[in-house]
Design a protein around this ligand. Sequence first.
Ligand code: NI
Length: 226
Amino acid sequence: MLLSIPDVLTADQVARCRQVLDAAEWVDGGVTAGAQSGMVKRNMQLPEGSEAHRKLGEAVLDALGRCPHFISGALPARVFPPLFNRYEGGQEFGAHVDNAIRQIPGGGGRIRTDLSATLFFSAPDEYDGGELVVEDTYGEHTVKLPAGSMVLYPSTSLHRVTPVTRGARIASFFWIQSMVRDDGQRTMLYNLDTTIQKLRDDGAAEDRLVELTAHYHNLLRRWADA
Ligand code: NI
Protein backbone atom coordinates (compact mmCIF):
# COMPACT_ATOMS: atom_id res chain seq x y z
CA MET A 1 0.00 0.00 0.00
CA LEU A 2 1.19 3.46 -0.89
CA LEU A 3 -0.32 5.89 1.60
CA SER A 4 -0.26 9.69 1.41
CA ILE A 5 -0.75 11.38 4.77
CA PRO A 6 -1.62 15.09 4.67
CA ASP A 7 -0.67 17.69 7.29
CA VAL A 8 1.76 15.67 9.40
CA LEU A 9 3.31 19.07 10.11
CA THR A 10 1.43 22.37 10.26
CA ALA A 11 2.45 25.29 8.04
CA ASP A 12 4.06 26.92 11.11
CA GLN A 13 6.07 23.79 11.92
CA VAL A 14 7.23 23.50 8.30
CA ALA A 15 8.30 27.16 8.31
CA ARG A 16 10.28 26.73 11.55
CA CYS A 17 12.01 23.60 10.24
CA ARG A 18 12.76 25.32 6.94
CA GLN A 19 14.61 28.11 8.74
CA VAL A 20 16.95 25.49 10.19
CA LEU A 21 17.19 23.53 6.92
CA ASP A 22 17.86 26.60 4.79
CA ALA A 23 20.70 27.71 7.11
CA ALA A 24 22.22 24.22 7.50
CA GLU A 25 25.39 22.84 5.93
CA TRP A 26 24.84 19.84 3.68
CA VAL A 27 27.15 16.95 2.80
CA ASP A 28 27.21 14.42 -0.04
CA GLY A 29 24.27 12.02 0.31
CA GLY A 30 26.45 9.01 -0.50
CA VAL A 31 27.20 8.60 3.23
CA THR A 32 24.11 6.48 3.94
CA ALA A 33 23.83 4.67 0.60
CA GLY A 34 24.37 0.94 0.15
CA ALA A 35 26.65 -0.45 -2.58
CA GLN A 36 24.00 -0.48 -5.34
CA SER A 37 22.14 2.69 -4.33
CA GLY A 38 25.46 4.52 -3.93
CA MET A 39 25.99 4.24 -7.67
CA VAL A 40 22.72 6.02 -8.50
CA LYS A 41 22.38 8.46 -5.60
CA ARG A 42 23.17 12.09 -6.31
CA ASN A 43 21.91 14.46 -3.63
CA MET A 44 22.90 16.23 -0.44
CA GLN A 45 22.20 15.23 3.13
CA LEU A 46 22.17 16.90 6.54
CA PRO A 47 25.17 15.50 8.46
CA GLU A 48 24.04 12.90 10.99
CA GLY A 49 24.71 13.93 14.55
CA SER A 50 24.73 17.66 13.77
CA GLU A 51 22.70 19.98 15.97
CA ALA A 52 20.30 20.73 13.08
CA HIS A 53 19.83 17.03 12.38
CA ARG A 54 19.09 16.22 16.01
CA LYS A 55 16.65 19.10 16.46
CA LEU A 56 14.74 18.44 13.24
CA GLY A 57 14.67 14.69 13.80
CA GLU A 58 13.02 15.20 17.18
CA ALA A 59 10.43 17.52 15.61
CA VAL A 60 9.55 14.88 12.99
CA LEU A 61 9.32 12.01 15.51
CA ASP A 62 7.16 14.16 17.78
CA ALA A 63 4.78 14.93 14.89
CA LEU A 64 4.59 11.24 13.90
CA GLY A 65 3.61 10.31 17.44
CA ARG A 66 0.64 12.68 17.20
CA CYS A 67 -0.52 11.48 13.78
CA PRO A 68 -3.26 8.80 13.99
CA HIS A 69 -3.05 8.19 10.22
CA PHE A 70 0.63 7.29 10.54
CA ILE A 71 0.08 5.01 13.52
CA SER A 72 -2.79 3.21 11.78
CA GLY A 73 -1.01 2.90 8.43
CA ALA A 74 2.45 1.92 9.68
CA LEU A 75 1.72 0.16 13.00
CA PRO A 76 5.23 1.22 13.95
CA ALA A 77 7.45 -0.88 16.21
CA ARG A 78 10.59 1.20 15.59
CA VAL A 79 11.29 4.32 13.56
CA PHE A 80 14.75 5.07 12.18
CA PRO A 81 15.96 8.54 13.30
CA PRO A 82 14.78 10.75 10.40
CA LEU A 83 17.35 11.87 7.83
CA PHE A 84 17.08 14.96 5.63
CA ASN A 85 18.04 15.40 2.00
CA ARG A 86 18.18 18.09 -0.63
CA TYR A 87 18.18 17.83 -4.42
CA GLU A 88 18.99 20.72 -6.74
CA GLY A 89 20.81 21.49 -10.00
CA GLY A 90 19.79 18.26 -11.76
CA GLN A 91 20.43 15.96 -8.80
CA GLU A 92 18.47 12.70 -8.72
CA PHE A 93 18.34 9.26 -7.17
CA GLY A 94 18.13 6.44 -9.71
CA ALA A 95 16.09 3.25 -9.31
CA HIS A 96 17.03 1.28 -6.22
CA VAL A 97 15.62 -0.70 -3.34
CA ASP A 98 16.35 0.36 0.24
CA ASN A 99 18.58 -1.86 2.39
CA ALA A 100 16.51 -4.46 4.25
CA ILE A 101 18.36 -4.00 7.54
CA ARG A 102 19.81 -0.77 8.89
CA GLN A 103 21.99 -0.09 11.85
CA ILE A 104 20.67 2.73 14.01
CA PRO A 105 23.53 5.17 14.68
CA GLY A 106 24.87 5.49 18.20
CA GLY A 107 24.41 1.86 19.19
CA GLY A 108 20.64 1.89 18.75
CA GLY A 109 20.57 -1.65 17.36
CA ARG A 110 19.16 -2.86 14.06
CA ILE A 111 15.92 -2.06 12.30
CA ARG A 112 14.18 -4.06 9.56
CA THR A 113 12.90 -1.64 6.93
CA ASP A 114 9.27 -2.62 6.30
CA LEU A 115 8.14 0.86 5.25
CA SER A 116 9.92 3.78 3.66
CA ALA A 117 8.74 7.34 4.32
CA THR A 118 9.28 10.71 2.68
CA LEU A 119 8.08 13.86 4.45
CA PHE A 120 8.14 16.90 2.19
CA PHE A 121 9.58 20.25 3.32
CA SER A 122 9.43 22.01 -0.07
CA ALA A 123 6.16 23.03 -1.67
CA PRO A 124 5.60 21.50 -5.13
CA ASP A 125 5.77 24.92 -6.83
CA GLU A 126 9.25 25.56 -5.40
CA TYR A 127 10.90 23.05 -7.73
CA ASP A 128 10.51 21.23 -11.04
CA GLY A 129 11.11 17.48 -11.29
CA GLY A 130 11.98 15.73 -8.04
CA GLU A 131 9.07 13.33 -8.26
CA LEU A 132 9.28 10.18 -6.16
CA VAL A 133 8.38 7.30 -8.47
CA VAL A 134 7.41 4.05 -6.73
CA GLU A 135 6.88 0.81 -8.62
CA ASP A 136 4.52 -1.89 -7.43
CA THR A 137 2.45 -4.63 -9.03
CA TYR A 138 -0.07 -1.98 -10.19
CA GLY A 139 2.62 -0.06 -12.09
CA GLU A 140 4.40 3.21 -11.37
CA HIS A 141 3.13 5.83 -8.92
CA THR A 142 4.41 9.39 -9.05
CA VAL A 143 4.38 11.30 -5.78
CA LYS A 144 4.93 15.01 -5.16
CA LEU A 145 3.14 16.25 -2.05
CA PRO A 146 2.60 19.60 -0.31
CA ALA A 147 5.10 20.66 2.34
CA GLY A 148 4.18 19.00 5.64
CA SER A 149 2.68 15.92 3.96
CA MET A 150 4.20 12.46 3.89
CA VAL A 151 4.13 9.33 1.77
CA LEU A 152 4.57 5.80 3.15
CA TYR A 153 5.32 2.86 0.86
CA PRO A 154 6.59 -0.70 1.26
CA SER A 155 10.37 -0.80 1.39
CA THR A 156 10.23 -3.78 -0.96
CA SER A 157 9.39 -1.40 -3.83
CA LEU A 158 11.84 -0.24 -6.47
CA HIS A 159 11.78 3.55 -6.39
CA ARG A 160 13.63 6.63 -7.65
CA VAL A 161 13.63 10.42 -7.48
CA THR A 162 13.63 12.19 -10.86
CA PRO A 163 16.14 15.03 -11.54
CA VAL A 164 15.35 18.39 -9.95
CA THR A 165 15.67 20.87 -12.81
CA ARG A 166 14.62 24.06 -10.97
CA GLY A 167 14.72 25.08 -7.31
CA ALA A 168 15.44 22.69 -4.45
CA ARG A 169 13.56 19.69 -3.12
CA ILE A 170 14.04 19.31 0.62
CA ALA A 171 12.57 16.33 2.44
CA SER A 172 12.99 14.04 5.40
CA PHE A 173 13.30 10.32 4.75
CA PHE A 174 13.36 7.38 7.12
CA TRP A 175 12.27 3.80 7.62
CA ILE A 176 9.84 2.02 9.88
CA GLN A 177 9.92 -1.48 11.29
CA SER A 178 6.26 -2.37 11.62
CA MET A 179 4.66 -4.61 14.22
CA VAL A 180 3.11 -6.29 11.14
CA ARG A 181 5.85 -7.03 8.62
CA ASP A 182 3.56 -8.19 5.79
CA ASP A 183 2.30 -5.34 3.61
CA GLY A 184 -0.92 -7.20 2.67
CA GLN A 185 -1.85 -7.79 6.31
CA ARG A 186 -0.98 -4.20 7.22
CA THR A 187 -3.14 -2.92 4.38
CA MET A 188 -6.13 -5.02 5.51
CA LEU A 189 -5.78 -3.73 9.07
CA TYR A 190 -5.55 -0.15 7.86
CA ASN A 191 -8.63 -0.54 5.67
CA LEU A 192 -10.59 -2.15 8.51
CA ASP A 193 -9.57 0.60 10.94
CA THR A 194 -10.53 3.29 8.43
CA THR A 195 -13.90 1.64 7.77
CA ILE A 196 -14.68 1.43 11.49
CA GLN A 197 -13.88 5.13 11.79
CA LYS A 198 -16.17 5.98 8.86
CA LEU A 199 -19.00 3.89 10.32
CA ARG A 200 -18.57 5.71 13.62
CA ASP A 201 -18.75 9.06 11.80
CA ASP A 202 -21.90 7.81 10.04
CA GLY A 203 -23.51 7.07 13.41
CA ALA A 204 -23.45 3.25 13.22
CA ALA A 205 -24.80 1.29 16.21
CA GLU A 206 -22.25 1.07 19.02
CA ASP A 207 -22.62 -2.69 19.62
CA ARG A 208 -21.83 -3.39 15.95
CA LEU A 209 -18.82 -1.10 16.12
CA VAL A 210 -17.61 -3.00 19.18
CA GLU A 211 -17.89 -6.29 17.26
CA LEU A 212 -15.90 -4.94 14.32
CA THR A 213 -13.32 -3.42 16.66
CA ALA A 214 -12.91 -6.84 18.29
CA HIS A 215 -12.14 -8.30 14.84
CA TYR A 216 -9.55 -5.59 14.29
CA HIS A 217 -7.76 -6.29 17.54
CA ASN A 218 -7.95 -10.05 17.16
CA LEU A 219 -6.38 -9.85 13.71
CA LEU A 220 -3.73 -7.49 15.06
CA ARG A 221 -3.04 -9.91 17.93
CA ARG A 222 -2.69 -12.74 15.42
CA TRP A 223 -0.33 -10.89 13.07
CA ALA A 224 1.64 -8.45 15.20
CA ASP A 225 4.95 -8.77 16.98
CA ALA A 226 4.82 -6.19 19.75
NI1 NI B 1 15.30 4.79 -1.29
